[in-house]
Design a protein around this ligand. Structure first.
Ligand SMILES: Nc1nc2c(c(=O)[nH]1)N[C@H]1C(S)=C(S)[C@@H](COP(=O)(O)OP(=O)(O)OC[C@H]3O[C@@H](n4cnc5c(=O)[nH]c(N)nc54)[C@H](O)[C@@H]3O)O[C@H]1N2
Ligand SMILES: Nc1nc2c(c(=O)[nH]1)N[C@H]1C(S)=C(S)[C@@H](COP(=O)(O)OP(=O)(O)OC[C@H]3O[C@@H](n4cnc5c(=O)[nH]c(N)nc54)[C@H](O)[C@@H]3O)O[C@H]1N2
Ligand SMILES: [Mo]
Length: 819
């Protein structure tokens, strides 16, 4: 057992292993200062909630309070490890400024009230609008951070009860492109890969994915392979020198927004060198000829001119991919939130497909998720899909859902795909949506072009309900604020990016009168008197396990089949991967083994779209293209980004994350170890650009686009020249009013991918000016992609306050008994 500063060393101690071996266990434990394991009254089973990795953990409880966390050695995902956000983040539950009672706006001010008054207002306004303007005046905007049971209930209320098509999640900002890319290639959502592919792969390619900072435990798994015998080779595609880039065999740093050009050149090389699995292509795919034609002219020289990457490096990368024996590909926001998002992500699928790298150990695709429960938002249809990956354009599947819900099929809107968030905002802007119920998301900081968002959310005619655990920037704008119980204070399940389902049990009571999101939704449905077609209550459950049992029925026979799972089965051991049913009682490690897909015209979730325009294919077109349900190789032409740089706005601005914070920091900003590691906004620029202007580390810059301004101190980092990076974590809840702009989204653009409708947070044209010479370094970590180049900057450390116990000898479960 060792103690280690996990702020200074985010990934902890190496436990090397070789290909095909089991990843050794290492149990990470963090308790409040002064406490030891013997002080803990009870350990309660759960999983991590500050990213999509789904690391199993136990919550330590003492005197009815959460006092720490410990990784679960038995869990397939993490083998006991935890990342810094999870080791320290639990403290946010105990923050003194948690919302404890509902708030309602009276004479312009939010004042405390009781639940009955608040819910009467919320349900009353809904009923008024339903009577006056019909269901399309009602919109719901939820999250990727609640539990599965909550999304399923909300989807039933929205689609089956109220009958509005306006229900989306912040997963639109997050994993809409993951879902879209899977639907384009496999005609259905569902993650092909498994985290255990890391144990077997000989090449791992990470596209626009800073896994080291955003899925720290999965990255630890890769670091342990890199430290062991026969390590995998790593390809990193990212305009910044991230820790992934630093560890990579090959790092390509393209201009933001040029991913499709790069991918087409990689495909061109793979095809030109005949590194293709012809048999797999012929037996299991359609569309190869079009793909070959599309990339025929896309040689590395062509791409080099667009991406500003050396042609030789593109050739080397293509050889790495083309000669891999077990290729694991991962994709995240550098593709999903960039120009031509779906088209680019689909080309990654194409690389694996034409190489026949799917369905075998080490051969996988991880079109990653970001938020901890984003997978469930998608599965349950709370985000622009129908529950159970049902196809809105297939009347039989809609009728089947109607049977499950005991409603008439025409009650469920399916005249088009459910409305995506950016369109919902337009409807609010136009006044056709008059009621917006926001749960578990903070759009006043996380959406693009914040000035516009604030205008939309503060409209007089809009009734805004915000269900949160803190008085976020968005909650401050609400008509009614509903205080929620959160992770550790309520029970439910959630599913990570590799389909692993975890049970998260209630460990402590919520603060004040805060209630589980599920209880609030059920109360809302009851007050609206939503009924099924026999006049019985539409929502037939009153607790989480009841909702889970209902979801099992809804998901049975669909790809995301939970029918073989139960709370009892999820207790005690590891998380379990869906599909889990009679055929696969212990879950399913990899889908699409033997080249079998869920893409037959009658079963598939989606008929696909045109990658350039987003126009949906109709059933007849789909059937003609893919009659027997194969994988689809979809080609895409590169198009230049919509907002090119100009002499006035000469930089490409990209935005993203740092290791120590989660999103708008409502949790991590209230945790001293994490907040101290990255206390305020900064902006990154290359040494080349800084030298050009004579700027130094710590100088105060003003970054502007045509939409707004941000002031931030300069960190000279390993970012490519011509590119600016801003973390998007810093909003306004913890600064005085009137401070200059610091949210990255003051600058981002109202624009989205035509296919996935995911906003483009990663490429805008911007200007940088120095407004003051700095005397202290930028408040950016030194342990991450923000690592300074040159200059003297004190290293990021947490010291004693960040000490974590690592038990490297933990075998056969953990040393400390779980109840
Ligand atoms: N520490 C931490 N971890 C998190 C989260 C968090 O807030 N903090 N959030 C979770 C969530 S919800 C998500 S969605 C994930 C996101 O996880 P990631 O996608 O890994 O994180 P980002 O920082 O958004 O973007 C990844 C990288 O994309 C690169 N990039 C930008 N533009 C381009 C481009 O045009 N092309 C290419 N190839 N790369 C580009 C950026 O330089 C950046 O390093 O993280 C999850 N995990
Ligand atoms: N510029 C830029 N913008 C981005 C991104 C980017 O890379 N760059 N990334 C985008 C991505 S991928 C994402 S996922 C979004 C994230 O954007 P948001 O979802 O807006 O960010 P969070 O801070 O996670 O907001 C979650 C809210 O839910 C509350 N909450 C937490 N737990 C619970 C709970 O159990 N119940 C309820 N009711 N509330 C809870 C939190 O207090 C917080 O206010 O941001 C997007 N915006
Ligand atoms: Mo996300």
């Amino acid at each position: 057992m060792g103690r280690i500063d996990r702020i200074a060393e985010p990934w902890g101690t190496r436990t090397p292993y070789g290909p095909g071996e089991d990843w050794p266990q290492r149990v990470d434990l963090r308790l409040d200062d002064g406490l030891g394991p013997a002080d803990v009254d009870e350990w309660v089973q759960s999983a991590t909630i500050l990213h999509s990795n789904g690391d199993g953990l136990d919550i330590a409880v003492k005197d009815g309070r959460i006092v720490g966390v410990r990784g679960r050695a038995v869990d397939r995902v993490n083998h006991g490890r935890l990342g810094p956000k999870d080791l320290f983040g639990y403290q946010a539950n105990n923050a003194p400024d948690r919302l404890r009672t509902p708030l309602i706006r009276r004479d312009g001010q939010l004042v405390g009230t009781d639940w009955d008054t608040a819910m009467t207002a919320v349900a009353g306004r809904t009923q008024e609008l339903l009577a006056e303007r019909g269901p399309s005046s009602i919109g719901f905007y939820t999250t990727g951070q609640l539990f599965m049971e909550e999304y399923y209930t909300l989807a039933l209320i929205g689609h089956g009860g109220i009958g509005t098509n306006h229900l989306d999640g912040n997963t639109r900002l997050c994993t809409a492109t993951a879902a879209a890319a899977l639907k384009e290639s496999f005609a259905c959502d569902g993650q092909p890969g498994s985290y255990t592919d890391v144990d077997h792969a000989d090449v791992i390619a990470l596209y626009g994915h800073n896994m080291a900072e955003t899925q720290t435990v999965l990255w630890t798994r890769i670091l342990d392979r890199l430290a062991g015998p026969n390590p995998p080779r790593v390809l990193c595609v990212d305009p910044r020198r991230t820790p992934v880039a630093a560890a990579a065999t090959i790092h390509l740093a393209p201009r933001p927004g040029t991913n499709v050009a790069l991918m087409n050149a990689l495909l061109h090389e793979i095809i030109a060198n005949d590194w293709i699995d012809r048999e797999y292509v012929d037996r299991h795919t359609v569309g190869y000829d079009e793909l070959e034609k599309q990339v025929a002219d896309c040689d590395p020289e062509w791409a080099a001119a667009i991406c500003d990457v050396a042609p030789g490096d593109i050739r080397d990368a293509a050889r790495l991919l083309g000669t891999a024996e077990r290729l694991l590909s991962t994709v995240l926001q550098g593709f999903y939130q960039s120009h031509q998002a779906t088209a680019a992500a689909v080309q990654v699928n194409n690389v694996n497909l034409i190489r026949g790298m799917l369905g075998r150990p080490g051969c996988g695709i991880l079109q990653m998720n970001g938020q901890p429960t984003a997978e469930n938002t998608r599965e349950c249809g709370a985000d622009g899909d129908l529950p159970g990956f049902r196809n809105w354009a297939n009347d039989e599947q809609v009728a089947d859902l109607a049977t499950v819900w005991n409603v008439e099929p025409q009650q469920i809107p399916h005249y088009s795909e459910p409305t995506h968030l950016m369109q919902m905002l337009r409807y609010v802007e136009d006044g056709s949506i008059r009621f917006l119920y926001v749960s578990g998301t903070n759009p006043a900081v996380s959406l693009p072009e914040l000035r516009r968002i604030r205008d939309i959310l503060t409209q007089e005619r809009l009734f805004l309900v915000v269900q949160d655990i803190f008085l976020s920037e968005t909650a401050q704008l609400a008509d009614v604020v509903l205080p929620a119980a959160t992770w550790g204070e309520k029970t439910g399940t959630f599913t990570n990016a590799d389909r692993t389902v975890h049970l998260s049990e209630q460990a402590v009571e919520p603060p004040g009168t805060a209630r589980a999101d599920l209880d609030i939704f059920i109360d809302y449905a009851r007050r609206l008197e939503l009924k099924d077609k026999d006049g019985q209550p539409l929502v037939k459950w009153s607790d989480a396990e009841g909702a889970f049992e209902a979801w099992k029925v809804c998901s049975a026979g669909r790809p995301c089949d939970y029918s073989g799972l139960s709370y009892a089965k999820l207790r005690g051991g590891s998380g379990i991967q869906w599909p889990c049913n009679d055929e696969h009682p212990d879950g399913t490690e990899r889908i699409y083994v033997d080249g079998e897909f869920w893409s037959s015209p009658s079963y598939c979730e989606s008929f696909g779209k045109d990658l350039l325009t987003g126009a949906p294919l109709d059933p007849v077109e789909y059937k003609a293209m893919n009659p027997s349900g194969k994988a689809v190789l979809k080609a895409a032409e590169y198009l230049p980004a919509h907002e090119p740089t100009t002499p006035e706005y000469p930089y490409l601005l990209t935005t993203g994350r740092t290791l120590y914070h989660f999103h708008t920091r409502t949790k991590t900003g209230r945790v001293r170890q994490l907040q101290d590691a990255a206390p305020d906004v900064w902006v990154e620029l290359s040494a080349y650009d800084a030298d050009l202007h004579g700027w130094s580390e710590g100088d105060l810059l003003r970054i502007s686009t045509s939409r707004g301004r941000v002031e931030a101190k300069l960190r000279i980092s390993g970012i490519r020249q011509g590119t600016l990076f801003l973390p998007f974590h810093y909003g306004y809840w913890d600064v005085a009013q009137g401070q200059p702009g610091r949210a990255a989204n003051e600058l981002t653009v109202t624009d989205w991918d035509p296919c996935s409708k995911q906003p483009l947070f990663k490429c805008a044209a911007a200007r940088a000016e120095r407004i003051a010479v700095g005397d202290t370094p930028a408040p950016a970590p030194t342990t991450t992609a923000s690592k300074p180049v040159g200059g003297r900057v004190p290293p990021t450390r947490g010291g004693d306050a960040a000490a974590v116990v690592e038990d490297l000898a933990a075998e056969e479960g953990s040393r400390w008994r779980t109840r």
